[in-house]
Design a protein around this ligand. Structure first.
Ligand code: PRX
Length: 653
């Protein structure tokens, strides 16, 4: 914890407080503390009221059934997520409202109404059925940010087939591992995507992955880039050909509240990525309620969450939450600096975006690029800003507020995780006094605390472990195929009643929560969770590497930069060429986001006498800090050598 506490020292000296602007507060969905009071008085009643905003085929018998650490919400109730996101709005006369403005990186534009989205989702659902997909079958989706991504997700939801979306930036191997773990029957992919002007070879990666995925029976490929790809007869189908044959009606399956809506893989401390399981009724209730109240969603809002749909942020706040609330959203395919560094601001201006939700890493990039880019554009449509993914430093918060929000827009710093499904700690913009760098307070009906190692509450000002002491509707139900891992990972430390988030946190004298970063071997690189273990495994997989230890150091741009300490097999030398090769190797194994920023070659790694690598020491070395006690090391002399290597800058990019 000492380390994460140091990270927060700067944040806690932040004393500026921002009141909600009066005009914003006057028109806000939440104008007083009544949701907090309601949830305090009757937590289940509060969530039941939120659930009632959805359309149920059959009402639930019980709001919550908590058999720690297992929970069920709205049992006995039946509903369909795709029906809630589409049909009910169309049936109520809202079919002509734009669901998404889509913009391709090369510049194409498409506006898709709720009515059109419903038609295409039905065709896609029928196409999946024609390939033999049945209720309960898993469908893997490996797509870039194109309309077919939410369409395929909603088509799965419509027929009750859990989807497993794999971020388009992941490698063939990452895709393969996730398909194998989920035993997916069908894969939906595309020929190629666009990123910073070049083509992302999704189908080629998929073909590589599928060499070892016996569960896949069919592959559906969306044509986007138009490149040539080998087609395997009987297995491969073009999306446009398949759906052309399908009728635009498809009866939604009546799903139980606790039926699985989707799996989404995320990095853990050790071992393979975990397939986080989200179910239908509680998840949809949680994302719709948080989306509406935190982003203050009104009928005429244009809501832009700039995350990739391949991460949970996109699942919850591009697809399920916004569509359940009949909101107009924006989907942009490519990079924020393509063709120039004002692309995002051009999009905000073009569609008159009112609410923008992005990540601190993006905000830091915008800061570095300079204010001339946002200044070129009319951003007066914006009325609310949000951030997610990692702690935001107050300088970045203030910059965002000043140069993007032009001092008019509240900034909601929202804390949550893949596992939590929905935002849990957050301001409500019409009523919360904001402190830059603090995610402020738990959402109504959410019980968060900061505990010490023994499980005692930590008094104001002290650092500890962030925990949740009561279930919330969108929480994960288990880890796919590994319920024991669910129990040990989240409920191993304090017992089955207390969910351990894996983040350090502090509360100040006013009760505000300040997030301190991860407490385990999970790093947060550019808002994405990566485990040191996965990167180490990828390095050791290279035939030149004997041993590797991966740590992070704070980085102005990406939050945490990846530093790898590598011992090569004796016949190899640690040249710049080998460092470049290893970086590439990791990028190929996991994806470019995992590519180490620095590689430091060493003849040995510092180890305890029981043989455990002392990552704490390596972290100090990587961060240029004075070293602590090294007397417990089996090989103390190596630290001195590593220091010298670092000073001479070996392997840094
Ligand atoms: O460490 C916290 C950080 O991101 C982790 C969750 O990552 P992931 O499951 O990939 O989901 C990211 C998007 C929901 C958390 O354990 N994190 C997320 N939001 C914040 C944050 N840290 C500080 N402040 C936040 N607002």
């Amino acid at each position: 914890m000492a380390e994460v506490e140091q990270n927060i020292a700067a944040l806690l000296s932040e004393e500026r407080v921002f009141e909600p602007p009066a005009d914003f507060a006057a028109g806000a969905i939440v104008r007083d503390r009544s949701p907090y009071e309601r949830a305090e008085a009757d937590l289940e009643g509060f969530w039941a009221e939120q659930a009632e905003r959805l359309t149920w085929f059959r009402k639930w018998d019980a709001v919550m059934d908590w058999d720690p650490p297992w929970v069920k919400w709205f049992e006995g109730g039946t509903l369909n997520a795709s029906y809630n996101c589409l049909d009910r709005h169309v049936e109520a006369g809202g079919g002509d409202k734009i669901a998404y403005y889509w913009e391709g990186e090369p510049g194409e534009r498409r506006a898709i109404t709720y009515g059109e989205l419903l038609d295409e989702v039905c065709r896609c659902a029928n196409a999946l059925k024609s390939l033999g997909v049945e209720r309960g079958d898993r469908v893997a989706i490996y797509l870039g940010m194109i309309p077919e991504l939410p369409i395929a997700m909603l088509a799965c939801a419509r027929i009750g087939a859990p989807h497993s979306v794999v971020f388009g930036g992941f490698s063939a191997e990452s895709l393969r591992d996730r398909i194998i773990d989920a035993e997916a029957k069908v894969l939906v992919t595309q020929d190629g995507g666009y990123r910073r002007g070049s083509e992302v070879p999704l189908k080629a990666n998929a073909d590589e992955a599928l060499k070892e995925c016996p569960s896949i029976e069919h592959v559906v490929t969306v044509r986007r880039s138009g490149g040539e790809h080998p087609f395997t007869p009987g297995r491969d189908h073009w999306y446009h050909e398949l759906i052309a044959e399908q009728p635009p009606e498809c009866e939604p399956q009546e799903m139980d509240a606790e039926d699985i809506l989707y799996l989404l893989y995320t990095s853990g401390t050790t071992g393979s990525p975990k397939g986080i399981v989200h179910t239908t009724g509680g998840y949809l209730t949680g994302v719709a309620a948080t989306h509406r109240m935190i982003f203050d969603i009104h009928d005429d809002d244009i809501f832009w969450c700039s995350a990739d749909i391949g991460w949970v942020t996109g699942h919850s706040y591009i697809v399920y939450g916004p569509l359940a609330n009949h909101t107009t959203g924006v989907i942009y395919e490519g990079a924020p600096d393509w063709p120039d560094r004002d692309r995002l601001w051009e999009i905000v201006e073009r569609y008159k975006v009112t609410i923008l939700y992005t990540a601190p890493t993006a905000i830091r990039a915008f800061m570095r690029w300079g204010t001339e880019y946002p200044e070129k554009h009319e951003l007066s449509s914006l009325r609310l800003l949000g951030t997610v993914g990692e702690p935001i430093n107050p300088e970045a918060w203030i910059w965002y507020w000043k140069f993007i929000g032009r001092k008019r827009c509240p900034v909601v710093d929202t804390w949550w995780q893949t596992e939590t499904g929905m935002i849990l700690i957050t301001p409500l913009p019409g009523i919360t006094r904001l402190k830059p760098g603090s995610a402020t307070f738990p959402f109504p009906g959410v019980h968060a605390e900061v505990l010490d190692d023994q499980g005692n509450p930590v008094p104001p000002g002290g650092g500890g472990y962030l925990v949740l002491t009561h279930p919330w509707p969108a929480m994960l139900r288990t880890i796919w195929g590994d319920p024991d891992r669910y129990v040990t990972t989240y409920f191993g430390k304090y017992g089955p009643n207390i969910y351990l988030a894996g983040d350090g946190a502090k509360r100040d004298e006013d009760g505000y929560f300040w997030l301190l970063g991860r407490i385990d071997d999970v790093m947060n690189v550019a808002g994405h969770r990566l485990s040191t273990y996965e990167i180490e495994s990828a390095l050791v997989d290279n035939s030149k590497v004997a041993e590797a230890a991966v740590v992070s150091r704070p980085d102005e741009l990406v939050g945490e930069a990846i530093v790898a300490f590598v011992t090569l097999k004796s016949s190899y030398e640690g040249t710049d060429g080998v460092a470049a090769e290893l970086r590439e190797h990791v990028a190929n194994k996991i994806g470019k986001i995992a590519r180490p920023h620095g590689i430091i070659f060493t003849t040995d790694l510092p180890k305890t006498r029981s043989g455990k690598i002392m990552r704490r020491l390596l972290r100090d070395v990587a961060r240029g800090r004075p070293l602590g006690d090294v007397t417990t090391l089996a090989n103390a002399e190596i630290v001195e050598q590593i220091h010298e290597m670092v000073d001479s800058g070996t392997g840094e990019e």
